[in-house]
Design a binder for this molecule. Structure first.
Ligand code: CAA
Length: 379
């Protein structure tokens, strides 16, 4: 398989790298400390076409392939994973699902605003008692003829407070189990829809994570995505692509930490020489470099599978499982190479280490990825 980038993809990589350096780096530590959402930065990302990268230009998107998207995700995540998760959720969990499965009216009404960043979207599946076990949805969407009445609570929702458009997964017919689940578009401000408190998190602290509460929320039938009962399949198909985005985020976090560790090791001296001259450090760098490249190949492979209409459930799950492990291990080693400085916020690697952890949890934990992978290879 040829993984070389074409001229357009190289330009996208350069543009994303440039944006991360000039727009994200300066205040990334402060945003993390203050748990401040990157409002202005997200607006600019939207203007540059990074929030609807794979969407058809007729709906305001950039019309690019998944490989371009993961390249951009890697570059943004090297500097600021809080910003890249907003980008990932908007691109793969919201815009992609709407374009692929939404009605023409839904695309006109919602997708055109979401793909340009005029509005931000959120994907609402997890609940207090249904995270990994996604079929056990407690949120209900009772069919009232021309509308649904939604009741329940969603948890850990990325963009929970800042989004305008929410795709909410809810149970309509419990007897039908996962085949009785629907995906509904719910607008912020709909009566009965409340935004719960913001979570105080270990990592990706600049992103905006909330619980959401639905109390007798009336949702018109035309806001259902796909046929009655399609909601669970919609969520699974959407998450399969989302996992490629998070794998790219994990790759970027790992690569960012590695680049910092490499630079530091050539500057910092101990025992009369740069620490990179000590084999203890040089071997760590060798491992990091090798594992990051292996993760990158898996991420690119899953993106190319998606772009070429091949199955990407397996390759996306492998990419996420492996890249998130590499992110965790690489960032821990990057802190170690930095020694005492690694424990201090100014050097960035402690933040990358905290940010890495979530990539093993959201959009399917590592254990869920192993379920997907093992079922695929054993079937
Ligand atoms: N594509 C299409 N359909 C799929 C599918 C896929 N990738 N995976 C499963 N399905 C379908 C199955 O075919 C089945 O349908 P039929 O019976 O009609 O054939 C149905 O879904 C149920 O499948 P399973 O029997 O395999 O369901 P399960 O209960 O064993 O669960 C699971 C499967 C893979 C473990 C799934 O529950 C899962 O992915 N869980 C993790 C959920 C998750 O990722 N949560 C993260 C929340 S989102 C988030 O983090 C967002 C954020 O803000 C960042």
């Amino acid at each position: 398989m040829d993984f070389s980038l074409n001229e357009e993809q190289k330009l996208i990589q350069e543009a994303a790298r440039d944006f991360a350096q000039t727009e994200l780096l300066a205040e990334v530590i402060e945003r993390d400390d203050a748990q401040r959402f990157p409002t202005e930065e997200i607006k600019k990302l939207g203007e540059l076409g990074f929030l609807g990268m794979m969407v058809d230009p007729k709906y305001g998107g950039s019309g690019l392939d998944t490989l371009s998207y993961v390249i951009a995700m890697e570059e943004i995540s090297k500097i600021d994973a809080s910003t890249s998760v907003v980008m990932s959720v908007n691109n793969s969990l919201v815009c992609w699902g709407l374009e692929k499965f939404g009605s023409e009216e839904q695309k006109e009404k919602y997708l055109t605003k979401l793909s340009t960043g005029e509005q931000i979207g959120a994907f609402c599946l997890s609940e207090p008692e249904a995270g990994s076990d996604a079929t056990s949805q407690k949120t209900t969407a009772v069919d009232m003829g021309d509308h649904y009445i939604v009741n329940g609570t969603k948890n850990w929702i990325t963009n929970g407070g800042t989004a305008s458009t929410y795709i909410v997964i809810a149970q309509t017919d419990k007897d039908k189990k996962h085949r009785g689940i629907n995906a509904l578009i719910i607008e912020k401000g709909t009566p009965g829809f409340e935004i719960g408190p913001k979570e105080n998190k270990l990592g990706i602290r600049g992103s905006d994570t909330h619980s959401l509460i639905f109390n007798d929320v009336k949702v018109p039938k035309e806001n259902r995505i796909g046929e009655d009962g399609f909601g669970f399949k919609f969520a699974m198909k959407t998450l399969a692509g989302g996992r490629i985005g998070i794998a790219a985020q994990a790759l970027g976090i790992a690569a960012g930490a590695y680049e910092l560790a490499l630079k530091y090791s050539k500057e910092r001296k101990a025992f009369g020489t740069e620490i990179s001259n000590h084999q203890a450090i040089a071997f760590k760098l060798a491992d990091m470099h090798t594992e990051i490249q292996a993760a990158r190949l898996l991420v690119y492979q899953s993106a190319l599978d998606k772009d070429n209409d091949r199955d990407y459930d397996l390759s996306g799950a492998m990419a996420k499982l492996y890249a998130s492990k590499v992110a965790m291990e690489t960032t821990v080693e990057a802190v170690q190479i930095h020694g005492g400085n690694g424990f201090v916020k100014d050097y960035h690697v402690e933040r990358l280490m905290r940010d890495a952890k979530i990539t093993q949890i959201y959009e399917g934990t590592s254990e869920i990825q192993k379920i997907v992978i093992s079922r695929s290879i054993l079937k």
